[in-house]
Design a protein around this ligand. Sequence first.
Ligand code: E4P
Length: 228
Amino acid sequence: MKIFVDSANVEDIAEAVSLGVVDGVTTNPSLIAKEDVDIHTRIRQICEVVDGPVSAEVVTTEWEAMVEEGIELSAIHDNVVVKVPIGSAGLRAVVKLREKNINTNVTLIFNPSQALLAAKAGASYVSPFVGRLDDIAVNGMEMVADIVQIFENYDFTTQVLVASIRNPVHFLEAAKMGADVATIPPPLIHQLLKHPLTDIGLEKFLTDWHLSASSRSMGPWKPRKEIK
Ligand code: E4P
């Protein structure tokens, strides 16, 4: 499963990239708004730190304007994927952008039928929002399982990009279901790395080491040779 970072903050994205686990980035108008920066500038900056798809969302609502806006966004960098909301205007924009070989991510997917229609229109990715469904007491991951199944049934090449992931269970279930991508907020990467037994184990290893005769004879660790 590919991992995308769901953020418009360049420092957070760069830190996640340094861990070697990031395949791309998703942004949305709310995330860009938090940064208080021009969207073109910020998408360019993100493309400079990540070697992979970067979703940039349109903020227009008519299909013709979405296409124009999408063309402008895609001109920022080869890795830009134009994000459009599901709906008749969004699908018409996907068709036109696809004719121009521009990749699209159809967002705000809340049921499998929306995902199926976006795939038929030629979307490169669909983004089902699991956390926002859970918020209204509907199981978001069941929607993802249905989408993965439907795409397998009909050999769609559209990738399932699980979005609105809020916790480690969403992430793990997405991987077990065979979703193509999970996009996650930066703090969740650190949450995924943590386990109380890892912390306890490390503390014991270091305590045992520092109490040992070998540690006392060696003194504090220092490099044996200069690294070239
Ligand atoms: C990503 O593409 C979405 O915009 C994002 O995951 C939404 O997450 P939220 O529901 O936590 O805002």
